[in-house]
Design a protein around this ligand. Structure first.
Ligand code: ADE
Length: 238
């Protein structure tokens, strides 16, 4: 998958993506990542990327010319490449959207900044605006990194264990079951006995039960969507 990030802070993206799993995804060729800086598409002496808002008010607005030039450089003018803007008023980012993005051959993230981006850019050059939650960040870089991370780990071959991307929270609409590793007793705290029983069917039942119980207790919103439960799940909770 090839991803371009339009950002005023390319070092932030490059630094954060050079380690761990996303770093390895680049080294192995699963991910090709490029940053494009709108500042490189300015022509004035101060390399200006923002300006005062028409109509007045606090804050600055990202000027359309450098951002659109950067987007066009990112897509090469190919209108089939999705261009996602990070914005607190965008649609919510979800695991389902991460799956959708992971299926694309190419993608452009545009990191918003200052009070916002000239609305004409959104109207003409943005495929969809996406938010990572109901809070306001100082810039879109962290949001783009969150979305990139969630997407890249779903690419084929990126996670060591192929099944681990499918068993976890939100796959199937339930939270993940609890995990334990050695030692079996840590500071007088043991682990659920079933996990050392060697009885795989019982382990699977215990995990499913835990996932359901946690989802009901912690995320009533997800729980509602699980109803009605299957006969098998009802039996586990009985
Ligand atoms: N930019 C500022 N806040 C944001 C948010 N919550 N999600 C995405 N982009 C943002």
């Amino acid at each position: 998958m090839r991803v371009e990030v339009v950002t005023l802070f390319p070092e932030l993206i490059e630094q954060a993506t050079s380690h761990s799993i996303v770093g390895r995804a680049q080294a192995s060729g699963s991910l090709e990542l490029h940053c494009i800086n709108p500042r490189d598409f300015t022509s004035d002496r101060h390399r200006t990327v923002d300006d005062y808002p028409f109509g007045g008010g606090a804050g600055m607005v990202m000027k359309p010319e450098p951002v659109v030039a950067a987007i066009e450089a990112a897509t090469g003018g190919d209108p089939t490449i999705p261009v996602l803007l990070t914005a607190p008023d965008g649609e919510p980012f979800t695991q389902a959207l991460a799956q959708e993005l992971a299926s694309l051959p190419r993608l452009v993230f545009v990191c918003g900044h200052y009070e916002g981006i000239d609305e004409r850019v959104r109207d003409g050059w943005i495929t969809r605006a996406v938010s990572i939650g109901d809070y306001v960040l100082t810039g879109g870089e962290l949001a783009a990194l969150v979305m990139l991370d969630a997407t890249v780990r779903l690419l084929p071959g990126v996670l060591g264990n192929e099944s681990s991307a499918h068993e976890e929270s939100f796959e199937g609409g339930v939270l993940e079951y609890p995990h334990y590793t050695r030692p079996a007793v840590f500071r007088e705290r043991g682990i659920p006995e079933v996990l050392t029983s060697g009885h795989h069917a019982n382990v699977a039942k215990w995990r499913r039960t835990q996932a359901l119980v946690r989802t009901r207790a912690r995320r009533p919103d997800l729980w509602e969507k699980l109803l009605p439960l299957s006969k098998a799940d009802q039996k586990l909770l009985a």
